[in-house]
Design a protein around this ligand. Structure first.
Ligand code: AMP
Length: 226
C-alpha cells in the first residue's frame, strides 16, 4: 500500500516540457537549473548527435556533414533516435527536450509517439533572443574537451587557473552560425505557431542576467508543478 502511494507521488511530479529557441539563446544553461530544481532530465538531440560522432557510430557518421554546415540532420534519423531515447527509464520522472523538435514534421512525429505511449507534454518554453546578440554569443562560445561544459569568453569564462582544454565547435564559426540562424527561422520558428495554436507556448525574454531569466522560467514552470 505504502509502495503504491510512493509510486503515485513520483508519477504526479513528472513534468514534460519542450525548450524552443534559436541556437545560443541559453537553452542548455537554463536546462541545467531546471533539471537541478525540478528533478527532470535534459534530453539534447545536439548532445546525443555529438556523442554519436565521437563514438563513430553510423548515426554519427550520417549526421556529421549536416552538422558541420549548420544544416538540420534529416527528420527520419532524428525521429528514430528520439523514439529510442523516450523509452529510457531515467526519463520516467520527466524531461526537458532541448533542440527537439526542430521542424513541424518532428513535432507531429512527437505528438504521435506520445499518443502511442499514452503520454503528453505540459508545455513549451520559448526563449527569445535577437540575431545580433546570438551571433555575439555563439562565436565566443567555447567547450571544454574534458567535461563537455560550455563557457563564454566574455560572459562566462572558466574560473582563473581552471584545468580546461577549450575548443570552438565547428558549427560556432561565424559563417556557420549565420546559416544555423537562417535554418532556425525557416524550419524551427514555425513551431512557435504550432504550439501557440495548442495553447502550449510560454514565451520568455532571453536577454539579461542568467539568474533573472531563470526567475522568469521558474514562475512559468511552477504553474505546471503537480
Ligand atoms: P544543437 O547543439 O542543438 O545546436 O545542435 C547541433 C546540430 O545538431 C544542429 O545544427 C543540427 O545539425 C543537429 N541537430 C540537433 N538537433 C536536431 C534536430 N532535432 N533535428 C535536426 N538536426 C538536429
Amino acid at each position: 500500500m505504502i509502495v503504491n502511494v510512493v509510486e503515485y507521488t513520483i508519477r504526479e511530479l513528472t513534468m514534460k516540457i519542450i525548450f524552443l529557441g534559436p541556437p545560443g539563446a541559453g537553452k542548455g544553461t537554463q536546462s541545467e537549473f531546471i533539471c537541478r530544481d525540478y528533478g527532470v532530465v535534459q534530453l539534447s538531440t545536439g548532445d546525443i548527435l555529438r556523442a554519436n560522432r565521437k563514438a563513430g557510430t553510423e548515426l554519427g557518421r550520417k549526421a556529421q556533414e549536416y552538422m558541420d554546415k549548420g544544416e538540420l540532420v534529416p527528420d527520419s534519423l532524428i525521429i528514430d533516435m528520439i523514439k529510442e531515447e523516450l523509452k529510457k527509464p531515467e526519463l520516467a520522472n520527466g524531461y526537458i527536450l532541448d533542440g527537439f523538435p526542430r521542424t513541424v514534421a518532428q513535432a507531429e512525429a512527437l505528438d504521435k509517439l506520445l499518443t502511442e505511449m499514452s503520454d503528453k507534454l505540459d508545455t513549451t518554453l520559448v526563449l527569445e533572443v535577437d540575431n545580433e546578440e546570438l551571433i555575439k554569443r555563439l562565436t565566443a562560445r567555447r567547450v571544454d574537451r574534458k567535461t563537455g561544459k560550455s563557457y563564454h569568453l566574455i560572459f562566462n569564462p572558466p574560473p582563473e587557473g581552471a584545468d580546461v582544454d577549450l575548443y570552438q565547435r565547428d558549427d560556432d564559426k561565424e559563417e556557420t552560425v549565420r546559416n544555423r540562424l537562417k535554418v532556425y527561422e525557416a524550419q524551427t520558428f514555425p513551431l512557435i505557431e504550432y504550439y501557440s495554436a495548442k495553447n502550449m507556448a510560454e514565451r520568455v525574454n532571453g536577454l539579461g542576467k542568467i539568474d533573472e531569466i531563470y526567475g522568469e522560467i521558474k514562475k512559468i514552470l511552477d504553474k505546471y508543478k503537480k
